[in-house]
Design a protein around this ligand. Structure first.
Ligand code: UDP
Ligand code: MG
Length: 316
């Protein structure tokens, strides 16, 4: 059985692949373990990535390559790679050497100590502009407050997972995966390895703003039902405001003898109806949320350990 699987999505990374391969080679040499595979997923690159990958796989059978038919995005490519990884420990990392293979040695150490999930955690700030940094801060605090599991901060998709975690990940069938959330969701024992994230080695980031927003939405929608509950909050606020106005107008009439035109009453009543619509939208949202929950096919629970229970007594 293979011990270590490296899973690397690659999008326009022809220049980085040879460097990454060399680094993995020397890492595994230093660990004195040749029982590994390096799985590249070519995510519809427009440069020579696939040819470079083919060359490497000809020279070294431990290099395995998957070619996607087009660009499906980082998370999908990662999912493809994970589903083919056969190792006992699976390490997912970027192709651009921003996830330095040197850190992996420490991650493997933690895995050997019994942690099923080892996250690599960035110590330095992202070199993004001011707006992107604050937007990301705001996003993560939102996710932190409203998500059903706590998703670690400053952690990307550079991590090691044990095969038992990977098996659970492969079972999940959602169409917009958010692996950092899914991994945290499994709830297995985890540890962190801190590192300073360098700049990308060659080429440019494949994460356009649209892809980033999509990823963010996958996180929020996959792990919290906040967007669906907005209707509830708006509905309550609107109805309360309507009630407030109406009471004011009635009392004004009764006490101060100020009479309002009928249309003003109508406006206030319409206001309250709008609130009712929001509430109805929220109820629809709750149904949609439940359907979404079913479709994602996350298991109801994950068994961590079993004692005196034989494997075959369980009916799938
Ligand atoms: N990537 C991918 N598909 C894409 C965009 C990126 O497979 O559509 C890969 C890319 O080759 C790299 C990893 O995902 O291995 C991270 O992407 P990138 O470095 O562009 O993101 P950043 O580090 O800027 O967040
Ligand atoms: Mg990068």
């Amino acid at each position: 059985m293979i011990k270590y699987s490296f899973v690397v999505p690659a999008y326009n990374e022809e220049k980085n692949i040879p460097m990454l391969y060399q680094k993995v080679l020397s890492l595994m040499d230093s660990l004195n373990d040749q029982n590994w595979e390096l799985i590249f997923v070519n995510d519809g690159s427009r440069d020579g990535t696939w040819d470079v990958l083919l060359n490497h796989s000809k020279l070294d059978a431990r290099v395995k390559c998957i070619n996607l038919s087009r660009n499906f995005g980082h998370q999908a490519a990662l999912g493809a790679g994970l589903s083919y990884a056969g190792g006992e420990a699976i390490i997912s990392m970027d192709c651009d050497l921003q996830d330095p293979p040197e850190v992996v040695a420490e991650m493997i150490d933690k895995w050997k100590q019994g942690f099923a999930i080892v996250y690599a955690r960035r110590l330095n700030y992202r070199k993004d502009n001011f707006i992107k940094r604050y937007a990301s801060k705001f996003y993560y605090s939102l996710l932190d407050k409203f998500s059903e599991v706590s998703i670690p901060r400053n952690v990307g998709d550079f991590r090691l997972v044990d095969m038992k975690v990977q098996r659970e990940l492969n079972k999940m069938r959602g169409k917009s995966p958010y692996f950092r959330g899914m991994v945290a969701w499994t709830g297995f024992k985890h540890a962190y390895v801190d590192y300073y994230r360098p700049d990308r080695e060659e080429g440019e980031s494949g994460y356009t703003l649209t892809k980033l927003v999509q990823l963010g939405m996958s996180g929020l929608m996959g792990f919290s039902f906040l967007p669906l509950k907005i209707g509830f909050v708006l509905g309550i606020i609107t109805i309360l405001m309507g009630c407030g106005f109406l009471t004011y107008m009635i009392f004004d009439a009764l006490i101060n003898d100020v009479y309002y035109h009928l249309y003003k009453f109508l406006v206030v009543i319409l206001f309250m109806f709008m609130g009712a619509f929001f509430i109805l939208l929220w109820i629809l949202g709750e149904y949609v949320g439940r359907i979404y929950d079913e479709v994602r096919n996350r298991p109801l629970y994950i068994v961590h350990e079993k004692v005196n229970i034989d494997e075959y007594s369980h009916i799938e």
